[in-house]
Write a protein that binds this ligand. Structure first.
Ligand code: ZN
Length: 287
């Protein structure tokens, strides 16, 4: 998805990704039981790194630590939202690569295995440039998608910890919170949202043409293609002038958002923003 500040990048075609990868990415978000909590929160995300067990996990941990991915995400969230208590945000080796919120332990886990999986998604994007420039772009996108995923998981945590009402899919609701947090921030964070849009686009394109199947249709998450258009729509809706190039239009080969949907996106974003501001009102540190 293009912006004025970033190279225009059309949705890639036919990436050589396995469906298993698509299913694995961001699939670790099972609905969770609510844990009632009504007091005004003062807690924050507390980053911790568990031991890396393999060379791959060590590489992922180094990547995360050098770029302060978790620390920066925690600080960004802490500047905006108070939690009812401190919530561990831990990096760890996991059986599956999907980051997740666990209401039983009250922790958000970022799995080391997510780094190489995300890298595979972005490695197939044709962003142009030299190999070194492409590698740097992939790293930036991995950081961006990691933020998109972390704020999605923070949404699950908030729903549980504050017993927030949710109608419809919780997965969609916390995607909306993630877009809202990123889109309402600085340019770096809107770039993170763009990386996340592109990840969904890549995963959707990788599976396009095949029937998603029972597992995808019955899953708690919307389909990859739906999440791609939703994220693109809400980001566009956050600032239609800035993201005008995202809309499909004559003479704009980078446009990905059909005009019929685009026309609705500003109102969708306003509703998302007002809804989450209502839900989180007592716990917001800034508006
Ligand atoms: Zn989820």
């Amino acid at each position: 998805m293009p912006t004025a500040a970033r190279t225009r990048r059309p949705v890639p075609q036919g990436l050589p990704l396995r469906l298993a990868l698509a299913a694995a990415l961001l699939a670790g978000c099972a609905p969770t039981a609510a844990a009632p909590e009504s007091t005004r929160g003062t807690g924050r995300l507390v980053v911790a790194y568990e031991p890396a067990r393999t060379a791959g996990e060590r590489a992922a941990r180094s990547f995360l630590q050098e770029r302060r991915v978790l620390e920066d995400a925690a600080a960004y969230a802490d500047a905006r939202i108070a939690l009812p208590r401190d919530v561990p945000l831990r990096a760890a080796g996991c059986a599956a690569p999907n980051p997740y919120w666990d209401e039983k332990t009250g922790r958000i886990t970022y799995c080391y295995g997510f780094v190489p999986e995300a890298r595979k998604v972005f490695a197939g994007l044709d962003t142009g440039g030299t190999p070194a420039e492409r590698a740097a772009a992939v790293d930036e996108d991995v950081v961006g998608l990691s933020n998109g995923v972390l704020f999605h998981e923070l949404g699950h945590a908030l729903v549980d910890l504050y017993d927030l009402p949710v109608t419809g899919r919780e997965e969609d609701a916390v995607d909306q919170l993630a877009v809202l947090l990123l889109a309402s921030g600085d340019e770096r964070h809107t770039d993170y949202a763009i990386s996340t849009v592109n990840a969904w686009g890549a995963l959707w394109k990788a599976s396009e043409g095949g029937d998603p199947g029972v597992a995808a249709y019955s899953d708690v998450h919307s389909l990859d293609g739906q999440r791609f258009f939703d994220w693109a729509c809400w980001l566009y809706g956050s600032d239609p002038r800035r993201f005008a190039d995202a809309v499909d239009a004559e003479g704009n080969p980078d446009g990905v958002l059909p005009r019929d949907r685009a026309a609705l996106c500003p109102a969708e974003y306003r509703r998302i923003a007002s809804s989450w501001h209502t839900l989180l009102g007592p716990y917001l540190k800034q508006r």
